[in-house]
Write a protein that binds this ligand. Structure first.
Ligand SMILES: Nc1ncnc2c1ncn2[C@@H]1O[C@H](COP(=O)(O)OP(=O)(O)OP(=O)(O)O)[C@@H](O)[C@H]1O
Length: 255
């Protein structure tokens, strides 16, 4: 799956962005390969969200390049980037809280239709059918008629990712998909989203603080440190690195 000759889906080179004196990106080089699940770990303020923001058009880097499927996406607006096939979910779910889960899903599907055509009609029955199928894949059909603000955090996170998936991205960037989810629920949430994304052939980049999740679900892990990538490789290798354990995971090692 990850042969060296495989062309990257996303390719970032030399990304730089400073906020005043803070170097949030200080020369980021990263290839994301088709089909992989790449975890981003690192301490608070290391620049993980900044990378996602630059890749999805929310922030413009001051230097460097980002190519998606071999074409530069630098300077494109978020909407244009979504249209190219890059989706994202946020650390805090972006649902319409006073609407039901099904209404949220139907709106997401309608939004996708709106991305492709200059005209829009009112909600169509086939969008609702598609929304139901989407919720079923994410195990959310049982809460389809619940208001989004009535969901527990695990279901809310899944619903938010389902909305991003409704736009049919080929690459999905997720900022802390398990933050705020109770420990007992966490693995189930990740299992569900990984299963759905793998079934639909979506490549994923996700920021994660739970090392058990990273060890179990990531094909590779990139360690962010002060706007740079300090280590990159398979979780078994990277998570065993004494410097990563000390500086990122907070475990003292005597190696
Ligand atoms: N829009 C902004 N304006 C000013 N400073 C910013 C902005 N966005 C990020 N920063 C700063 O850039 C640095 C990197 O922030 P970023 O949110 O990317 O870190 P992070 O690794 O995602 O952290 P966390 O794990 O806490 O979410 C931080 O020092 C942050 O305060």
């Amino acid at each position: 799956m990850r042969a060296p000759e495989m062309a990257p889906l996303l390719s970032a080179r030399g990304l730089r962005l400073a906020f005043g004196g803070v170097k949030a990106a200080d020369g980021i080089d990263l290839d994301v390969l088709p089909g992989e699940f790449l975890a981003i770990i690192g301490p608070n303020g290391a620049g993980k969200t900044t990378f996602i923001n630059m890749t999805t058009g929310y922030l413009k880097p001051q230097g460097g390049s980002i190519a998606y499927q071999g074409q530069s996406i630098l300077g494109l607006k978020p909407r244009a980037i979504v249209r190219r096939g890059i989706g994202r979910s946020f650390q805090l779910p972006q649902l319409f809280t006073e609407h039901t889960v099904l209404e949220n899903a139907t709106l997401a599907i309608a939004a996708r239709a709106g991305l492709w055509s200059p005209w829009r009609r009112l909600l169509r029955p086939e969008w609702q059918e598609e929304a139901e199928a989407l919720l079923e894949r994410f195990g959310l059909l049982g809460v389809a008629h619940a208001r989004a603000d009535a969901l527990n955090e695990g279901a809310r996170k899944l619903a938010d990712i389902a909305m991003a998936a409704a736009l049919e991205p080929r690459l999905l960037l997720m900022d802390e998909p398990t933050s705020g989810v109770a420990a007992a629920e966490k693995m189930k949430v990740v299992e569900t989203l990984v299963r759905v994304l793998r079934e639909t052939g979506v490549t994923a980049v996700f920021v994660e603080h739970d090392m058990d999740v990273v060890a179990r679900f990531a094909d590779r892990v990139a360690v962010w440190s002060q706007g740079r990538i300090a280590a990159l490789g398979p979780p078994a290798e990277v998570l065993a690195d004494p410097r990563v354990r000390r500086e990122v995971i907070g475990i003292e090692t005597h190696a």
